[in-house]
Design a binder for this molecule. Sequence first.
Ligand code: BG6
Ligand code: MG
Length: 218
Amino acid sequence: MGKIKACLFDLDGVIVDTAKYHYIAWRELAKELGFDFTEEDNERLKGVSRMTSLEILLEIGGVTLSEEEKIRFADKKNENYRTFILKMQPDEILPGAKSFLEELKTKGIKIALGSASKNAMTILDRLELTYLFEAIIDGTKVSQAKPDPEVFLKGAEELNVKPEECVVFEDAEAGVEAAKAGKMKCVGIGSTDVLGKADIVIDGLHQMDYNKLLSLEN
Ligand code: BG6
Ligand code: MG
């Protein structure tokens, strides 16, 4: 790749752990529909859009719903989820995330968000991080879900950089695939078993700094 000019961040699981709130809200819905939803099942919803998450949930429970009911239940889950995120505080930012974003800013690296969530703006505002992002591409701005590269390609475009000049930070397999499909470098956050296609895999942004970022140029 050429010089690194921009970093694109997934939100859920990279900057903040919202999976626990998604889990509580989906579990309540499952209960209402008459089945159990485990934390292990919840792994399948990471990085996946709201409606696809619902489809997976219904498949797990063996429940069939009409399109109207699906929309009603997805809305209901989202309302419940929002009661949690509206109470979020900046101390819920994952370790090392804010300091890395600030370091990138001082070094002149451009920063964008690339998230499937339609609640991304609310979350960034609650965490007081919005000012760090020059471009925010969220679930309201894309038509193709990850592993399609649309979300990251739009981010690069808004930042005015080439895909080859971008590094993506992702915790979901579909997100790593999206970055690679977009011809970007990718730092996986989580386990190598799941994120093996990333260029490097780390436990969290606390293990990242500008020098390590530059080592990806080689
Ligand atoms: C992703 C999460 O970032 O956003 C998924 O990893 C979630 O679990 C998806 O389903 C959509 O989020 P929202 O906030 O639009 O329901
Ligand atoms: Mg994620």
